[in-house]
Design a protein around this ligand. Structure first.
Ligand code: NAD
Length: 499
């Protein structure tokens, strides 16, 4: 049995707490490794290494820091197949999807190569007589991030690339479900020239998270995961005086107007609803056709597509649409929620409950499910299922459809399918959701825009990546400077105002 490690101060370090978690191969159900769960002392070790290394890293000029990221991009491309294989083996997603996970992270690393431009600051010449004023963005110091299982390459990179580009040290606490890729990323950053102690990986669970939240030296905490944990981390981290940004769960609605191209809408729903087994925070989990005729036409198109989905292990290559879910617990939670849907009166038009994959009976595979006639009061509508389950809620008007999405507690992403520009424009302007697609089902913004939801999908003021990342990982300092030739004789007793 492989025993994974932490990555502290440039070396793989065995866990000393005596606590471990099982890392499964979701396709076979076998435990393939054990990951150590850190205690306070192990976190302290990483924080000391980070504190010792960070001032020198912040003093490296931003262009040289960016060069480390440039080299890292090359190494990611060199090791793409290896990273994707390790990712699929622990997460279960298909190989093309695993590569996508690495590439969407890599794109943010590329964006962060603009650090010299982003960190330039502002300057006002002659703000007053003989007075100049300038603002600079300085690194926070030691920063930390806690990441979910569903994007074990992309989300760590979304955090550590800007943090490190800004001159911080970063401690990553990845998901204990799939920790191998984060460890590989830390090794690659050092191969790219990053000094020891600037990027460390401390594996663990709540104990390691609390060690971050209550550590005096750690200045900021980024979190991506489920909403209850996001709320806990945001509340606790802020109360400890840290800068915190937390991104939580989702229930993304896609509205299908009567004028939409129904084939395009059905194709989009199948990809966005069932890709990665529905384990994406930007997955579409609710289809809202407007009018019964639209709903009937949509369901007619969806049923054969959903029934034809190919479910299997990543080792089957391109022949698979989606793989297993991450753990047996995730599988039984999905199955339980599907049963509540049936019990509460939704119509299960594609029933994946008896799905079994020959030769992989112990794997965590879940068949594709499609519900029709779902209503607002049902558990499958209110809860994030995070599985291959699409719910159809029939709306009788556009107003009812937009109202559904607006009233839902989550506000991560949404989409509308229509040919009508006025409707699309009205939707984009009025909706209280952070990321909006117009005939685009998974509207994940690119690296140079920012990513973040509204309502219970995000806590904190700044989004991930894009210009917000440079703000989150720096503090502004503003200097007002006057040289002796500009100083008048005598003290000034009233508040200074510029003449
Ligand atoms: P999770 O909340 O269970 O775990 C996320 C992280 O929190 C992990 O590192 C985990 O070790 C830690 N954690 C778990 N329980 C904890 C506790 N009690 N106290 C402190 N830390 C704890 O989430 P997950 O199952 O890994 O990921 C799926 C969730 O993440 C979904 O809800 C999904 O929507 C969300 N997600 C959101 C975004 C976004 O950008 N909004 C992106 C990806 C995933």
């Amino acid at each position: 049995m492989q025993e994974l490690t932490h990555y502290i101060n440039g070396a793989h370090v065995k866990g000393t707490s005596g606590r471990f978690a099982d890392v499964f191969n979701p396709a076979t159900g076998e435990v393939q490794a054990k990951v150590p769960l850190a205690n306070q002392a192990e976190m302290d070790q990483a924080v000391s290494a980070a504190s010792a290394a960070q001032p020198a890293w912040a003093a490296v000029n931003p262009q040289r820091r960016a060069r480390v990221l440039m080299k890292f991009v090359d190494l990611l491309n060199r090791d793409m197949d290896k990273l994707a294989e390790a990712l699929s083996r622990e997460h279960g997603k298909t190989l093309p999807d695993a590569k996508g996970d690495v590439i969407r992270g890599l794109e943010v690393v590329e964006y962060c190569i603009a650090a010299p431009q982003m960190l330039k600051g502002e300057y006002t010449d002659s703000a007053g007589p003989g007075i100049d004023m300038y603002s600079m963005r300085q690194a926070l110091g030691v920063t930390a991030g806690i990441t979910p299982f569903n994007f074990p390459a992309m989300i760590p990179m979304w955090m550590f690339a800007p943090a490190i580009a800004c001159g911080n040290a970063f401690i990553l606490k990845p998901s204990e479900r799939d920790p191998s890729v984060p460890l590989m990323l830390a090794e690659l950053m050092e191969e790219a020239g990053l000094p020891k102690g600037i990027l460390q990986v401390v594996n663990g669970d709540k104990e390691a998270v609390d060690a971050i939240l209550y550590h005096d030296v750690i200045q900021s905490v980024g979190f991506v995961g489920s909403t209850p944990i996001a709320e806990y981390i945001y509340g606790t981290g802020c109360a400890q005086g840290k800068r915190v940004q937390c991104f939580g769960g989702a229930k993304n609605h896609m509205i299908i107007m009567p004028d939409a191209d129904m084939d395009q809408a059905a194709d989009a729903l199948v990809g966005a609803g069932y890709g990665a087994a529905g384990e994406r925070c930007m997955a579409i989990s609710v289809a809202v056709p407007v009018g019964d005729d639209t709903a009937d036409r949509l369901i007619e198109k969806l049923v054969p597509r959903v029934e034809a989905l190919k479910v299997g292990p990543y080792t089957s290559g391109d022949d698979v649409d989606y793989g297993p879910v991450v753990t047996a617990a995730a599988k039984s939670n999905i199955e339980r929620l599907v049963q509540t849907g049936v019990d509460q009166g939704a119509k299960l038009v594609v029933d994946g409950r008896d799905f079994k994959l020959q030769g992989y009976e112990d794997g965590f595979f879940v068949g594709a499910h499609l519900f029709d006639n779902v209503t607002k009061d049902m558990d499958i509508y209110k809860t994030e299922i995070f599985g291959p389950v699409l719910s159809t809620v029939r709306a009788q008007s556009y107003e009812e459809a937009i109202g559904l999405a607006m009233d839902h507690e989550y506000g991560n992403g949404t989409a509308i399918f229509t040919r009508d520009g006025d409707t699309a424009r009205d939707f984009a302007n009025r909706i209280n959701i952070g990321m909006v697609g117009i005939n685009v089902p998974i509207p994940v913004p690119l690296a140079y825009h920012t990513f973040g939801g509204w309502k219970k999908s995000a806590f904190g003021d700044l989004n991930q990546h894009g210009p917000d990342a440079f703000k989150f990982y720096t503090r502004t300092k503003t200097v007002t400077a006057r040289w002796p030739s500009g100083i008048k004789e005598g003290g000034e007793f009233s508040i200074p105002v510029m003449e």
